[in-house]
Every structure is written in structure tokens, then in C-alpha cells.
Design a protein around this ligand. Structure first.
Ligand code: AHG
Ligand code: MN
Ligand code: MN
Length: 341
């Protein structure tokens, strides 16, 4: 790609704002800030041992998970980048129990940001891809006159105004949607800018590849167990075709693969903690990824129902997740209404 042919993220966003006005100016600025923070996180991830960023802190987050140094560093990078910009009324993160209000000394904006600063934390120390996931919601209209509460964040996923993720892998890339298709950018490190490399990403259909943590198989509910059994049975089974399996341990990396070559991703409910709907978090994992998947022509369900229709009851609520190419997710969904399973 020649320099002249390059469309940077800034140019792309300004053009989106002008054409059809489908991107409000403050939302454009917010996405610029988040993308800049992801660039900073990418540099931090890349330093690895040299930057002293590997390993755990000895603390736990609200979900009782051990916090890695990079979870906290990346959380702070996003917090500091977004606090003063005037685009947000409040923000929330996997690594913070309560919502974070914009301090009085800064102006408040029209949006709420929810994020997973490092997705795939268990992969940090072993030099595999990790990422950042984010979701943008509209703040209540009277947000500038009152204190924003957790309740204001509890909007169903279909109300998201933008969603995206960055992935810190062999390439650093950013995938974005604000409800008008999905666009991919690659970080040019020498120039320091995000360059548009994929327009209107659509999930290819027909790729027989599933992503699921197979070590949990014995704990799944019968519909999921049956669906995966039938995939594994391959061409000799009811599906009549061989499947391949991939599981990276970083949802962003598995989703990047689904967007690029198709297939299905599952993190289903299991009986180890029966009262827990799933492992992944609705507000900052399933909803933003669900919006991206749907915008790319795919489907995102919790088994029977659309994830983006779920009315959230808590910031850190969990949900079962089945998403990917629409044809394959539809097959998986049918297992939930089969009387025999
Ligand atoms: P996080 O690092 O933000 O806690 O998220 C990890 C998630 C997700 O990225 C991944 O698909 C899944 O947890 C991995 O779970 P297993 O450890 O069960 O493989
Ligand atoms: Mn995560
Ligand atoms: Mn995380």
C-alpha cells in the first residue's frame, strides 16, 4: 500500500462524520482517544520482560481472578486517556468493581465507556495474543446535572453506539463498528498510526471450525455436548463433514479468526458453578463482540436467545456465549430445541 493510498483512522473517522453524519463528533473523538490508548497498551505489551510488565500482582479483581500486572497497567492507561477528554460521563471496567465517575475538574461528555483492558490475561506471560475490548453507550440525557450510576450502564447490547477491540498479536490491529459495518485497521509502528486495512468485514460462511475449551466438556449442558459431539464425529456423523478445532484462550484472537475465515466460538454454561450463566462478561466482552459479529453478518446467542437483547442486571454479569458465522450458530441453536437432548 503506497503512502498516498493509505487511509488513517483519523481520516476514516472524519469522513464517516461528514458522509451521512452517521458518526457524531464527540463519538469520533472518543474513538480516537480509545485507539490512542490501545496504541500505548500495545507498546507496553511489546516490551514484555524488558518493561517489567509480566507476572501477577497478588491482588484479585471483583470476579475473584488474580490480576496480572498488565491488567492493571492497561486499565490505568485507558482510564487516564479518557478521564479528561470531555467525551465521557463515566466509565467502567473488568478491573474495577464500581463505575468510575469523571472527576469534577473535567467536563462531562455524552457517552459511557465499558472495557476489558486485557482480554486473554493467561496468555500474557507466554507471549500469545491478547487484546482490549470496549463498548460505548449513550449517557442519560440529564447526565451533566446529576451523578451517573451503575444503573445508567445497564442497557441492552442493541443500544451500543460503538464497539471494538484491539489485538496485540503478530500484527497489532483494531476492529471497529458503530453500527454501519465492521472496519479493520493495522498499526503502522514506524509512523505511529492506525491504517485502514479491511472495509466492511463479513464473516465467511461454510468454514467448519469450532472454538471451545474442550476440557470443560463433561460439565456442559446436553445441547452443547451433543452439538460438539456431532462436530467431532465429522464426515461419519450426522453433520457429514469434518471439523477443525482451535482454542487460543484469548477471545479476541478467536474472534479475529472467526471474522477472517469463519467458524463458531462457544463459551457455554457449565455445571461447575450452576448459578453462573457462563464465564464471559456481558457488558464488556459478549455485548461488544456480539455487536461486531452481527455487523459482520454473523449471529451471537446465549443458547436460545440473542445476546444483544439481554437486559443487564449487573455491571459484571456473566453470560453463556455462542457466536460466529450465522449458518453455523443457527445449527448450534437448533440443538437447544431438540426434544431428545
Ligand atoms: P480475561 O483475560 O479478560 O479474564 O478473559 C479471558 C476469557 C476469554 O478471553 C477466553 O476466551 C476465555 O476467558 C478463556 O477461558 P479458559 O481459561 O477457560 O480457556
Ligand atoms: Mn476478557
Ligand atoms: Mn480481562
Amino acid at each position: 500500500m503506497t503512502q498516498a493510498a493509505r487511509v488513517t483512522l483519523s481520516r476514516f473517522l472524519i469522513e464517516q462524520q461528514r458522509e451521512g453524519g452517521n458518526l457524531p463528533p464527540q463519538l469520533r473523538l472518543l474513538i480516537e482517544v480509545v485507539a490512542r490508548a490501545c496504541k500505548a497498551i500495545s507498546h507496553t505489551v511489546n516490551k514484555g520482560e524488558l518493561g517489567g510488565v509480566l507476572g501477577s500482582l497478588g491482588s484479585e479483581n471483583v470476579q475473584g481472578e488474580v490480576q496480572k500486572k498488565l491488567d492493571v497497567i492497561s486499565n490505568d492507561i485507558l482510564l487516564e486517556a479518557n478521564e479528561w477528554g470531555g467525551n465521557l460521563a463515566a466509565l467502567a471496567s473488568e478491573e474495577m468493581e464500581a463505575i468510575h465517575l469523571i472527576p469534577h475538574r473535567y467536563p462531562k461528555g455524552e457517552y459511557l465507556l465499558v472495557y476489558d483492558p486485557i482480554d486473554g490475561s493467561s496468555n500474557i506471560d507466554v507471549n500469545l495474543s491478547v487484546g482490549t475490548i470496549f463498548s460505548v453507550l449513550a449517557a442519560p440525557e440529564d447526565a451533566s446535572q446529576r451523578v451517573v450510576t451503575e444503573q445508567d450502564f445497564l442497557q441492552p447490547g442493541f443500544r451500543q453506539v460503538a464497539a471494538g477491540y484491539a489485538i496485540y498479536g503478530p500484527q497489532t490491529s483494531l476492529v471497529l463498528t458503530f453500527g454501519q459495518g465492521v472496519f479493520g485497521f493495522t498499526l503502522d509502528r514506524e509512523v505511529g498510526s492506525w491504517v485502514l486495512t479491511r472495509r466492511n468485514i463479513m464473516i465467511p460462511s461454510g468454514n467448519r471450525e469450532f472454538a471451545v475449551n474442550m476440557s470443560n466438556q463433561r460439565h456442559w449442558a446436553p445441547p452443547v455436548r451433543r452439538y460438539i459431539e456431532d462436530c467431532i464425529a465429522g464426515r461419519d456423523g450426522p453433520r457429514g463433514v469434518d471439523f477443525n478445532m482451535r482454542w487460543t484462550g484469548s477471545m479476541v484472537a478467536d474472534i479475529e479468526r472467526v471474522l477472517t475465515r469463519g467458524g463458531i466460538f462457544l463459551y457455554p454454561w457449565d455445571d461447575r458453578e450452576p448459578d453462573r450463566a457462563g464465564k464471559l462478561r456481558l457488558m464488556y466482552e459478549a455485548n461488544p463482540i456480539g455487536m461486531i459479529i452481527e455487523q459482520a453478518g454473523g449471529m451471537a446467542i446465549d443458547g436460545r436467545d440473542r445476546i444483544l437483547d439481554i437486559a443487564p442486571v449487573g455491571l459484571h454479569q456473566r453470560v453463556a456465549v455462542i457466536l460466529g458465522a450465522a449458518d453455523e450458530v443457527e445449527v448450534a441453536r437448533r440443538y437447544f430445541s431438540m426434544p431428545s437432548v
